[in-house]
Design a binder for this molecule. Structure first.
Ligand SMILES: C[S@@+](CC[C@H](N)C(=O)[O-])C[C@H]1O[C@@H](n2cnc3c(N)ncnc32)[C@H](O)[C@@H]1O
Length: 235
């Protein structure tokens, strides 16, 4: 799908801020501690917490097999594993995110039911996990760049920029188009979005002929940019 992509000034400012941070540091989400061991890792925040809390409040994780696509430090997956998921598999395209996720799996003692795979979109999962996944979750990046635009970024910003820009829309396109292949008979897909990013998501849902419903919304930063959890369904 063609877009008129360009870098987003708010994302760029946050990337600059994160690249200055002293590492390692810790983030507490729902009483689970996540160690952020590199400046190139996206730290989970209020949206990750809202997402995890939604899954727990609606009793969606117990005894289920879950994929967290674009897992970052793997907060969502690790919390799900701690809250009774049978198996949680994370994927991420950034090597440093995979290393960080692995360290957090060990630190949170969920090695028996959580693992993380390196790879692009859903490539590491299809076809091995076809029809085996009860919940496909993704806190995918909110903006997009073409590969050409991404390759033009300075090298020191590339890895963290992956958390902010879904290059060529690969991750979200995979979730919307190939995600249903992974689902068990009662499987469901949930993603996050914000008021600012809804127009892009609507276009992508139309393009891939899926529909969405908002299952939760909250002005988590109290700045008018409402944050959403969306359920994705076949039309
Ligand atoms: C906004 S961060 C969210 C991290 C985590 N889900 C959370 O809520 O804290 C997006 C993550 O998706 C990963 N990512 C971006 N494009 C990807 C792709 N094509 N395939 C797999 N992972 C990708 C990034 O490296 C980053 O870790």
């Amino acid at each position: 799908m063609k877009t008129n992509a360009q870098t987003n000034p708010d994302a760029e400012a946050y990337i600059s801020e994160l690249l200055q941070k002293q590492v390692p540091y810790e983030v507490n989400i729902l009483e689970c501690i996540f160690k952020i061991n590199s400046v190139n890792i996206y730290p989970p925040g209020k949206l990750s917490q809202m997402f995890a809390k939604y899954l727990i409040d609606y009793n969606l994780v117990k005894n289920t097999t879950i994929v967290d696509a674009g897992a970052g430090c793997f907060a969502l997956g690790i919390i799900s594993a701690k809250c009774g998921a049978k198996l949680v598999i994370g994927t991420d395209i950034a090597e440093e995110a995979v290393l960080c996720a692995h360290e957090n799996i060990v630190n949170n003692t969920v090695e028996k039911n959580a693992s993380i795979l390196l790879g692009n979109g859903l490539d590491p999962l299809i076809p091995k996990y076809n029809r085996k996944i009860d919940l496909l979750l993704s806190g995918a990046p909110w903006d997009t760049l073409s590969s050409k635009e991404f390759n033009a970024l300075s090298d020191d910003r590339k890895s963290l920029s992956r958390a902010f820009y879904d290059v060529d829309n690969k991750l979200i396109a995979d979730v919307l188009s190939r995600g249903p292949l992974l689902l068990s008979p009662h499987g469901r897909i949930f993603i996050t979005a914000s008021k600012r990013t809804m127009a892009r998501l609507k276009k992508l849902c139309d393009f891939y002929k899926v529909k969405y419903q908002i299952v939760k919304q909250e002005d988590i930063h109290q700045d008018g940019n409402i944050h959403y959890i969306l359920e994705i369904m076949s039309k």
